[in-house]
Design a protein around this ligand. Structure first.
Ligand code: ADP
Ligand code: ZN
Length: 722
């Protein structure tokens, strides 16, 4: 701990460029990372001591730190990481700090449990009820009130009476731990030889030092089992471990697997927690009580003190990129944090991002491969169905060849999955009489019909209208027709064509998280024969009886002006077809496509993932696209198109010249309006080694600040291009 003087810099969670100076009152001792409360204007707010003050401020103008909380300080590496993320993403450090300091309640000591003990002095008047209570307490142990009421069956007032008379004394017990410690040696699994080899390669990374491994193995090869052993090594070394998953993959199944391996559940961190649960977990990570955390991307900002390992499972997943508020990529920032914390990183995927593949090819990451499925289960046999020649009959979405195999699978008592990555009934509704197409009033997007709920909904802003009976434009009755399929429409066809199959439809809007988890458990039990789902089903679920997958629109991801379109499509198709045929049964998958000759479809059909990466890496290199060049997107938005475009042109005029930097735009963003705001995009492309963050910061500093309702959002390394 470095000595700080009696004036210190304190970072507060507001959008300002840096920390403010405060005086440390007599008798208070703070260090870098100390969590405090300081006056700011008329309020008191939470802050973190950042270090020495940057500017000298007249002493008499400073205000005092009001409170120093009785918790350990944030670790130095975390404070450094906040600065790093802020510099890189162009967010203000105060806003990044807010991602860390999520819970004010976590700073108060956990409330003790009030309990009662019998000291031996009997009450003057004994009743049956009193007798029952005292018998329970006869062993001299302290009981919590609720437990005492429950066990004795008396009313709480009986206990209050005994306390008042001094027969029972009140004691305070420490609260139970938020989590139990995981035991690295609880139930290690016998790894097969290939997995064993993968583990020993990971073990070549020193458990006390920074290092990154790309765990690159086909679906079902046992990557989870392998990284669990790395978690165990970390725990044995006395360090904390963090496993990050896409929120959607953070399931009971995963937590149960962790528990069977380590004998205790990990601390969890995701959006579905109550504030009280959050506070308990946050605090237990800070105090070191929690040794292992499994969480969604924001768990990266938890206040670990002894972080020794970060696993990013499904590292290629777009869900690791946060795209509102602070635009950070949890996979990339995990590598940054691990570097600052001298920790290891394992990036695990069956379809690594091109970025990580390239880092492994270049030797920056250790490339650990597992090429065979556990128990020699075969990868599915994949067939592309050319929609122009073998497509479905008019009005249907399921091609004849696929339908035949669904019947066959059902006959064998196996499960089939129909995959379409589109929620709702139909992506577009139009009026047969006048041609009117239903569009969101606030966004440039069609309204998607959700027939089940009887509404038309915008998938960008959530705007909903009841499905009209008459066309709002021409007044014609019953004239609306749905165009194109969503999964509800596929489910309708499935009901017609496979009436005897037990069917289930699954997408994120089909119930609460709890209900969806329940559906997954039912599928795993074999309660359904035919599953119709979106990418919700594609990720992280193993269904023993599932042997057939039909992808109804394999081209869905290819149409966008997104440099990662091919990669994303390849990843999703690999993932969803990989659901077929685990365990002992071999699987089959169909891709319905209009582009059977596309490199993605070819790679899928031939099972040639190496071929795909080689091709994709070549394309990226030639185009100077990530990871061979860098991109930043600036979205300039305003309620008036003119204002947004005007400011974008102004920015373009102010862009500094730099070698190798190219600017594209301004142009309407692919989704040109969202929530009533017009969106103009500027795209910056730079060489790989160029400091794009500093360039954009310098650029914006020299340009007019946006005024009125104008907004400029900067996205370094954008992942979505809408
Ligand atoms: P991945 O993460 O690569 O998709 P998993 O770790 O989920 O693969 O393994 C797939 C299935 O095979 C799981 O049900 C897992 O329990 C089982 N499995 C993998 N390796 C072993 C092993 N060595 N012994 C027993 N079961 C294993
Ligand atoms: Zn909308």
């Amino acid at each position: 701990m470095s000595e700080l003087g009696n004036i210190v810099a304190v970072m507060v969670g507001v959008a300002v460029e840096g920390p403010y100076s405060y005086r440390v009152p007599d008798g208070m001792v703070v260090e870098r990372g100390s969590i405090v409360e300081v006056p700011l204007g008329p309020r008191q707010i939470m802050g973190v001591v950042w270090g020495e003050p940057k500017d000298m401020v007249a002493h008499n103008r400073l205000r005092d730190i009001a409170v120093k909380f009785d918790v350990p300080p944030l670790s130095g590496e975390l404070v450094d990481m906040i600065d790093w993320v802020a510099r890189y993403t162009l967010a203000s450090p105060g806003m990044v700090m807010r991602a860390v300091m999520r819970s004010r309640e976590a700073l108060d000591p956990p409330r003790p449990i009030i309990a009662y003990r019998f000291e031996g002095e009997e009450p003057q008047r004994m009743t049956d009820a009193r007798q029952r209570v005292l018998e329970l307490l006869d062993d001299g142990m302290a009981w919590a009130k609720a437990a005492l009421v429950g066990a004795s069956g008396v009313s709480p007032s009986v206990i209050d009476g005994l306390v008042k008379q001094g027969v029972l004394t009140q004691v305070e017990l420490p609260p139970p731990p938020a989590v139990l410690p995981p035991d690295p040696d609880h139930a290690p699994i016998d790894l097969n030889p290939v997995q064993q080899e993968a583990l020993s390669q990971i073990r070549e990374l020193d458990v006390q030092k920074f290092g990154v491994a790309l765990l690159d193995g086909v679906t079902g090869s046992g990557k989870t089992e392998v990284f669990f052993e790395a978690v165990a090594d970390t725990l044995r070394a006395g360090r904390q471990a963090l496993v990050l998953l896409p929120e959607i993959a953070l399931t009971h199944t995963f937590l149960d697997r962790f528990e069977s391996r380590f004998g205790a559940r990990p601390a969890e961190w995701h959006s579905d927690m109550t504030p009280v649960q959050r506070a308990r977990v946050w605090r237990s990570v800070l105090t070191g009580e929690a040794r292992a955390v499994v969480g969604a991307r924001s768990a990266l900002f938890l206040p670990f003190h002894e972080l020794g390992l970060i696993v990013i499972d499904e590292e290629h997943d777009g869900a690791f990129k946060q795209s509102d508020g602070v635009n950070y990529h949890a996979r990339d920032m995990a590598v940054v944090r691990a570097n600052l914390a001298d920790a290891r990183v394992i990036l695990s995927s069956a379809t690594p991002s091109v970025e990580s593949r390239n880092n492994a090819d270049q030797g920056r990451y250790k490339h650990v491969r597992i090429d065979v499925r556990h128990d020699d289960a075969q990868l599915p046999d994949i067939t592309a169905l050319d929609m122009r020649e073998e497509g479905p009959d008019k009005g249907d979405w399921i091609a004849p060849a696929l339908a035949r195999d669904i019947f066959a699978a059902l006959d064998r008592g196996e499960q089939a999955l129909l995959f379409l990555n589109r929620r709702g009934y139909a992506p577009l509704t139009l009026c047969r009489a006048c041609g009117h197409q239903y569009q969101c009033p606030d966004c440039s997007s069609w309204l998607v019909e959700h027939r089940f709920r009887g509404v038309l909904q915008c998938h960008y802003c959530g705007h909903e209208v009841r499905r009209p009976e008459v066309c709002g434009q021409c007044g014609e009755k019953d004239s609306l027709v749905p165009i194109g399929p969503g999964i509800e429409r596929v489910a309708e066809e499935a009901a017609r064509r496979f009436p005897n199959a037990r069917r289930v439809i699954l997408s994120s809007d089909m119930g609460t998280t709890g209900q969806i988890k329940e559906r997954f458990a039912e599928i795993a039990r074999g309660d359904y024969d035919l599953i119709i789902g979106t990418q919700l089903v594609a990720k992280g679920h193993h269904f023993e009886k599932l042997t057939l997958v039909g992808v109804l629109d394999a081209d869905l991801g290819l149409a966008h002006g997104d440099p990662r379109a091919a990669e994303k499509t390849f990843q999703l198709l690999t993932q969803v077809t990989g659901r077929a045929g685990r365990a002992a049964r071999s699987g089959k998958a169909y891709l319905q496509t209009y582009h059977p000759e596309h490199p993605v479809m070819q790679a899928m059909v031939k099972g040639d993932r190496e071929g795909f990466y080689a091709h994709e890496i070549k394309v990226r290199e030639e185009g100077g696209l990530p990871p061979f060049g860098r991109l930043a997107a600036l979205i300039i938005s305003a309620s008036e198109h003119e204002a947004a475009l005007g400011h974008a042109r102004h920015l373009l005029g102010k862009a500094p010249q730099a070698e190798g930097v190219r600017l594209f735009g301004p142009a309407d963003a692919p989704v040109a309006m969202v929530r009533g705001r017009h969106r103009i995009r500027l795209l910056v492309q730079s060489p790989k080694t160029f400091d794009l963050s500093s360039y954009v910061r310098f650029w914006l500093t020299g340009a007019d600040k946006p005024t009125g309702n104008l907004r400029v959002q900067v996205d370094i390394d954008p992942v979505s291009f809408y």
